[in-house]
Design a protein around this ligand. Structure first.
Ligand code: TYM
Length: 329
C-alpha cells in the first residue's frame, strides 16, 4: 500500500442477496477506480450483525461477497479485499468516535429512522450506532474517496463531521474523506416501484435483480418491470421515472451513453426496448455467474487473509496516533 495514489475505501454488508443496484451504484465504480487509487474494499460483517443474522448463513455470505467482488472485476493484485472483523482497530476506533459523536448527529440519520420504524421494539443499539462504525472504517485508512450509492451519502457526511470535530479538538489527525457518487446510477430504483430505491429488503422479489438470479428469471423481471404512461423512450427522471431507471441500467451495463440509447429507440416501443435490455441483463448475469462459479473457497480465504495482512499496519498506526492524541497511549 506504499504509493502516492489517493486512497479509496468502501464496503458492503454480507446480509442477503446482492442486486444489480449494488453493482451499478457501488461496485462498478470500484472496478473503474482500480488503476488510479489505492483501493480497499471491505466485507462489513460487524455492520451485518446490527440486525439478526443466522450465524451459519452469515459465515457463508462473507465468502460469497468476496467471491462476488472477485467475479465482478476487483483484482486482488490491485486492490485489498478484507473482512472487517479481522482487523480489531475498526471497533476500537468506533468506540473512540462514539465518544465524540452526539446523539443529535445520529438522530438525523434517515436510514436508521426508516429501518427502525418497521420494528421499534427490537431495534438494537448497534443499528443506531452503525454510522459511527462506518466512520471508523473510513477514517482508519486515511481515505480520500468513498464510492457508494446515494443512500450512504448521509453516513459519509457523518464521517466527515466526526473527522473535522476530532481534528478541531485534538489537532490534525484524520484526513477528511470525500463522497464519490456516480452521476447516473447512484440511486437505482425498484423495478416494481420506481418511486423507491431497489432494495434487497423489498417485499417483492420483482423489485430487484439479484446477481444470483437465474438469467431466465431476470428476463421475466425486466419484462414485468413497471413502465410510465406514454410510449416514448426518453430520459426524464422527473416525469418518466420507470423508463429513466431502465435506461440507466441499460447504459451502464452496455457501456453506452443514455443519449445514444434514446436515439436508438426513437421509433421503438417499450416492448422492443425491454427485450433488448433483458438480453443485456441476461448476458451480464451469465458472464458474472460463470466467473463466480470458478472461484473456490480456498482462493477466497487466501485473498481475505492477504488483504488484512497488507492493511493492518495502517490501522495500527492510525489507532496509535488517535490514542496518543486523546491521552491514552
Ligand atoms: P450496503 O451493504 O447496504 O450497500 C452496498 C452498496 O450498494 C449501494 N446501493 C445502491 N446503489 C445504487 N442504487 C441502489 N438501489 C443501491 N442499493 C444499495 C450502497 O449505497 C452501498 O454503496 N453501510 C454500508 C456499508 C459500509 C461502508 C463502510 C460503505 C460499511 N462501512 C465504509 C463505505 C465505506 C452499507 O450498509 O451498504
Amino acid at each position: 500500500m506504499k504509493n502516492n495514489k489517493p486512497v479509496t475505501f468502501s464496503g458492503i454488508q454480507p446480509s442477503g442477496e446482492l442486486h444489480i443496484g449494488n453493482y451499478l451504484g457501488a461496485i462498478s465504480q470500484w472496478v473503474d477506480m482500480q488503476g488510479n487509487y489505492s483501493c480497499i474494499f471491505c466485507i462489513v460483517d460487524y455492520h451485518a450483525i446490527t440486525v439478526r443474522q443466522d450465524p451459519k448463513k452469515l459465515n457463508k455470505n462473507i465468502r460469497e461477497i468476496a467471491k462476488i467482488y472477485l467475479a465482478l472485476g476487483i483484482d486482488p493484485k490491485k486492490s485489498v479485499i478484507f473482512q472487517q472483523s479481522s482487523i480489531n482497530e475498526h471497533t476500537e476506533l468506533a468506540w473512540i468516535l462514539n465518544c465524540i459523536a452526539r446523539i443529535s448527529d445520529l438522530n438525523k440519520m434517515t436510514q436508521f429512522k426508516d429501518k427502525a420504524d418497521k420494528n421499534q421494539e427490537k431495534v438494537t443499539v448497534g443499528l443506531y450506532d452503525y454510522p459511527v462504525l462506518m466512520a471508523a472504517d473510513i477514517l482508519l485508512y486515511n481515505t480520500d474517496q468513498v464510492p457508494v450509492g446515494k443512500d450512504q451519502s448521509q453516513h459519509v457526511e457523518l464521517s466527515r463531521t466526526l473527522a473535522k470535530r476530532f481534528n478541531k479538538r485534538f489537532g490534525q489527525t484524520f484526513r477528511i474523506p470525500g463522497l464519490k457518487l456516480r452521476k447516473q446510477g447512484a440511486n437505482i430504483m425498484g423495478l416494481d416501484n420506481p418511486e423507491k430505491k431497489m432494495s434487497k429488503s423489498a417485499e417483492s422479489k420483482n423489485n430487484y435483480i439479484a446477481l444470483t438470479d437465474a438469467p431466465e428469471i431476470a428476463v421475466k423481471k425486466i419484462k414485468k418491470a413497471v413502465t410510465d404512461s406514454g410510449s416514448e423512450i426518453k430520459y426524464d427522471p422527473k416525469n418518466k421515472k420507470a423508463i429513466s431507471n431502465l435506461l440507466t441500467i441499460y447504459s451502464i451495463l452496455d457501456n453506452k451513453p443514455i443519449n445514444n440509447l434514446e436515439k436508438k429507440y426513437k421509433n421503438s416501443n417499450y416492448g422492443k426496448f425491454k427485450d433488448d435490455l433483458a438480453q443485456i441483463v441476461q448476458n451480464f448475469l451469465k458472464e458474472f455467474q460463470a466467473k463466480y462459479n470458478r472461484i473456490n473457497d480456498k482462493q477466497v480465504d487466501q485473498v481475505l487473509e492477504n488483504g488484512a495482512d497488507k492493511i493492518r499496519p495502517i490501522a495500527k498506526q492510525t489507532i496509535q496516533r488517535v490514542k496518543s492524541k486523546i491521552g491514552i497511549n
